[in-house]
Write a protein that binds this ligand. Structure first.
Ligand SMILES: [Cu+2]
Length: 145
């Protein structure tokens, strides 16, 4: 009777040790932690230059960029890198009444640049070369947001 109790206790003890060892003696076991799936970074929204200027360059190929988004209150500089004169003005041709701030750019000789007035109103301003009103390469839009 007493022998059985001793053996039984030993068995329980061994079992306890086995469980303890098996459970805790292997800290480097490769625990397949679920690696976070590479989440695609959120696409950066087109950020207007706050309070800064933005440039539209005119070459013999036309204006670039022809579509532009700027922050409210920004000014846009037109640079004439074309071989001839350009005269940039607000739509609509020929009254130029949509965005009078753009009319400050006006006549540009080759190499010349000029900056618009402050674009304070949230809207879309179209522009064109007043002397080439049908040349779509010299037309574009400035979105003020
Ligand atoms: Cu015009």
């Amino acid at each position: 009777m007493r022998t059985n109790v001793v053996l039984g206790s030993a068995a329980v003890l061994l079992l306890t040790l086995a469980v303890a060892c098996g459970g805790g003696s292997n800290p480097t076991s490769p625990s397949p932690a679920p690696s976070p799936a590479p989440s695609p970074a959120p696409a950066p929204a087109p950020s207007p230059t706050p309070g800064g200027g933005t440039t539209i360059t005119i070459t013999d190929a036309g204006a670039s960029p022809r579509s532009l988004t700027v922050a409210q209150g920004s000014r846009v500089t037109f640079v004439n890198n074309a071989s001839g004169n350009r005269e940039m003005a607000s739509d609509p041709h020929p009254s130029h009444t949509d965005c009078p701030e753009l009319n400050q750019v006006g006549f540009l000789t080759p190499g010349q640049s000029r900056t618009s007035g402050n674009l304070n109103t949230r809207r879309v301003c179209g522009f064109h070369d007043h002397n080439r009103p049908s040349d779509t390469a010299l037309q574009g839009t400035i979105t003020i947001q």
